[in-house]
Design a protein around this ligand. Structure first.
Ligand code: FEO
Ligand code: CA
Ligand code: CA
Ligand code: CA
Length: 555
């Protein structure tokens, strides 16, 4: 039996007695670290926080991380920083999540950071704009080091987060790290594959490991495509062309990868299917079985959920795909779906070719499903649909899934639009989501670099990418408030709250992405001595963060 929606609401009622606690429901959501409980708020703090006003900033095109009143930031780590004697922080940081080493100390823990892709101009010196230039193996080797993820131990002292340099738990996972497949059958002859890449967003597990999701994997070694007679062909990668030097099968990528923070060992979870996984959001049922939601961030692709049949397993169970028109989860189950038996030789092939299998079952095409969060108060599942330009959906929306009776292992659900992007609501291209400890919803935008700050297109008035919050309480409840604006060409990604709700970790990804000449970059953020733009993870703090996280206690 899961928690019912009613029990979350009654718990929130109890929470407003003055102790800083969190709905038990949130603790069951894989995407939220175990929060610190029991902290009392003094009257002085309450009076101070009540004075803080939540104000929207105007759209901005300046080259800086601009924050609304009541917020300030510091840079924790940036591209190229040394994390130990041999390793450096990778490129284009996206998803971040924080797990405290001791659950009673929210100020000391491990930060996982995804490194999604590379800009060769910065990383290897290869200029992809010059069609005559040949890439070398040495360049590709440099690029392979810069993707994957980083684990860094960070501590907050005197209000500042610092990396614990050379901590034995600091490590890099790269495109060369050997990774086991959590599956009995080999894939393209292997039980262990080489590397992880295209790591966009992710999640955490109830057993405190990291999940990192392989999104646009086809940009690295291409993809296997099938003709009308079901014959495979290699479709080359359009951008990185690593297959010139390394012929790893595309089937080894496009999975959800779990990373154990203690020993750095990784495994790819085949049972969750293969597609452009944006994220993976887990919910643990009372009997410890898990439900995992994941979206395929490509125009007209699908939303998936895996339900395990065994406790704490991401292997034994069934993968479903959403029919949002009829509110049904359709089983990607070779044994019991004759139409899948006709096309595919076994369940492994169904999982490798999950997109094709989903279409055979009648899954609903969606407008690029990206991040997924479970609302800690209502129990609804929110999914960002970024946009679908060919279908003239420029601003995207947030889709709401209500599982039947609030049961996460239900096979039916209701689907509706939670809120749509556009000039009227004030946001566009929603990508990452995070709920804070009070249940306010934070949203980052991802206007693509090629569309941003151009004259006369649907995005002109939005200017740079932004971070928004939709408050749950007070006068502004339900409105979209712009609280941060990204530097030039950047997007803000990976929002994640510290367990005490006092810090918002945030990635500033790809500032200066449109740079053609390193001597004349389009951004110089974060303004260090190298005079070039660098992706970085920042800690945002301030009275406004505290107020938002304690809103329900302040009245
Ligand atoms: Fe890498 Fe779907 O954003
Ligand atoms: Ca994303
Ligand atoms: Ca998220
Ligand atoms: Ca995106």
């Amino acid at each position: 039996m899961e928690h019912s929606r009613r029990s979350f609401i009654s718990f929130l009622g109890k929470a407003s007695l003055g102790t800083f606690v969190i709905p038990p429901f949130l603790m069951s959501c894989g995407n939220t670290p175990t929060p610190t409980t029991g902290e009392k708020i003094s009257k002085v703090t309450i009076d101070r926080l009540k004075k803080v006003l939540l104000k929207s900033i105007n759209p901005s095109d300046i080259d800086d991380l601009v924050l609304t009143d009541g917020l300030h930031y510091q840079t924790i780590i940036k591209w190229g920083d040394q994390i130990n004697l041999t390793d450096t922080f990778g490129f284009n940081n996206d998803f971040t999540c924080f797990i405290p080493l001791d659950e009673n100390n929210p100020k000391d823990g491990l930060l996982w950071v995804n490194h999604e892709y590379i800009n060769p101009l910065f990383v290897s010196g290869y200029n992809h704009r010059n069609i005559d230039e040949k890439r070398t193996k040495q360049q590709v080797d440099k690029e392979m080091y810069q993707v994957g993820g980083s684990i860094i131990r960070i501590k907050e002292e005197n209000g500042t987060w610092n990396i614990v340099k050379n901590d034995p738990l600091n490590r890099r996972i790269t495109a060369k790290t050997p990774i086991q497949l959590n599956w009995d059958e080999p894939i393209k002859g292997k039980h262990t594959v080489i590397g992880t890449l295209a790591n966009c967003s992710g999640g955490i597990t109830p057993w405190n490991t990291f999940l990192t999701c392989e999104e646009n994997y086809d940009n690295f070694y291409g993809e296997t495509v099938y003709d009308q007679n079901n014959n495979p062909q290699h479709k080359p990668s359009e951008y990185n062309k690593w297959e010139q030097f390394y012929t790893y099968p595309p089937e080894h990528y496009g999975w959800v990868v779990e990373v154990n923070p203690e020993d750095g060992l990784c495994q790819k979870h085949i049972a969750l299917g293969r597609f452009a996984h944006e994220c993976c959001t887990l919910y643990e049922l009372e009997d410890k079985r898990v439900v995992a939601y994941s979206g395929d961030d490509t125009n007209d692709e699908h939303l998936y959920k895996f339900i395990s049949t065994k406790a704490s397993s991401l292997k034994e169970g069934t993968l479903y795909v959403a029919d949002t028109i009829n509110g049904k989860w359709l089983a990607l189950d070779w044994e019991n779906q004759p139409i899948l038996k006709q096309q595919f030789k076994n369940q492994t092939e169904v999982l490798i070719r999950a997109r094709e299998a989903s279409k055979l079952l009648g899954a609903t095409p969606l407008n690029r499903p990206e991040d997924i969060e479970i609302d800690p108060i209502s129990g609804n599942i929110l999914i960002t649909l970024t946009n679908n330009k060919p279908k003239k959906d420029f601003h995207g929306s947030i889709l709401k899934i209500e599982e039947t009776n609030g049961e996460f292992d239900a096979l039916t659900f209701g689907a509706s639009t939670h809120i749509a992007g556009g000039e009227e609501t004030g946001f566009t291209c929603p990508d990452n989501l995070a709920f804070d400890l009070a249940g306010n919803l934070w949203i980052t935008s991802d206007i693509s670099g090629s569309s941003m700050n151009k004259e006369d297109n649907p995005y002109t008035s939005f200017k740079n990418n932004a971070l928004y919050v939709i408050p749950r309480y007070g006068k502004e409840a339900g409105k979209v408030i712009r609280v941060a604006s990204a530097p030039k060409d950047a997007e803000l990604t990976g929002p994640w709250f510290s367990p005490d709700g006092k810090t918002l970790f945030l990635s500033v990804q790809h500032p200066g992405e449109q740079t053609k000449d390193l001597k004349n970059p389009t951004s110089k953020w974060p303004f260090d001595e190298d005079n070039i733009p660098k992706s970085a993870v920042v800690a945002i703090k301030g009275d406004l963060i505290e107020k938002m996280n304690r809103f329900h206690l302040l009245g």
